[in-house]
Ligand binder design. Structure first.
Ligand SMILES: CC(C)(COP(=O)(O)OP(=O)(O)OC[C@H]1O[C@@H](n2cnc3c(N)ncnc32)[C@H](O)[C@@H]1OP(=O)(O)O)[C@@H](O)C(=O)NCCC(=O)NCCS
Length: 173
């Protein structure tokens, strides 16, 4: 239940994970690489933030801000000239916040080799366009076993990130 601009209470209709799924594709150019010809970590983080924000924006139909990035893992480098594919989806909705999972793959178009290079979890908060305060988000409808697993695991990660942000005094489920 949430209050709209009219002040009337409305029930937010659930949305499936598929409604948030987002993708971005880039090619790695020299300005984005280190002296070894590898895509800069900061550049990967920027792309992760962008594709994750798209999923949160699509799910919530709201402006969103990044609240935290609690896990980012660089498994393999992305080389100069390779294609980077980023995929994101909302894993779980809490009240005003959403956890988004991101996976990054590199693709060498010469050899067709694809590698999983990076995983990340990013939390966004939906912001009311008038009050600029956090606003409730539609529930997430999980359908597949994989979506359910991500949903369950997101709750465990939230406990850790809120513990880091607020300490023991603010543990919520
Ligand atoms: C994120 C932000 C909106 C939270 O505001 P706040 O005053 O702490 O608001 P609340 O306490 O009401 O929390 C709002 C939501 O954020 C969540 N939250 C706050 N800090 C968090 C963190 N570190 N990790 C995950 N979620 C967090 C809360 O759990 C709550 O979610 P819920 O409603 O689903 O339970 C505020 O800290 C902010 O504006 N930060 C700057 C954001 C920014 O500039 N990002 C970069 C540019 S987009």
């Amino acid at each position: 239940m949430t209050k709209g601009a009219s002040g009337r209470e409305t029930v937010l209709k659930g949305k499936p994970v598929s409604a948030s799924r987002s993708e971005m594709t880039e090619i790695v150019l020299p300005a984005q690489t280190n002296p070894l010809g590898k895509l800069l970590g900061g550049q990967v983080m920027h792309l992760v933030d962008m594709v994750a924000a798209m999923a949160a924006h699509r799910h919530s139909n709201s402006y969103v801000v990044t609240a935290s990035v609690d896990y980012i893992d660089f498994r393999n480098p992305v080389n100069l000239g390779e294609i980077v594919n980023l995929k994101s989806q909302v894993n779980r909705v809490f009240r005003t916040s959403m956890e988004v999972g991101v996976e990054v793959y590199s693709e060498n178009a010469m050899t067709e080799e694809r590698k999983h290079t990076t995983s990340a979890y990013v939390t966004f908060v939906a912001i009311d366009e008038f009050t600029r305060l956090p606003k409730p988000v539609a529930p997430l409808i999980v359908k597949t076993a994989e979506e359910r697993q991500r949903f369950e695991e997101a709750a465990k990660r939230r406990k850790v990130r809120l513990l880091l942000r607020y300490g023991k005094r603010h543990i919520v489920s």
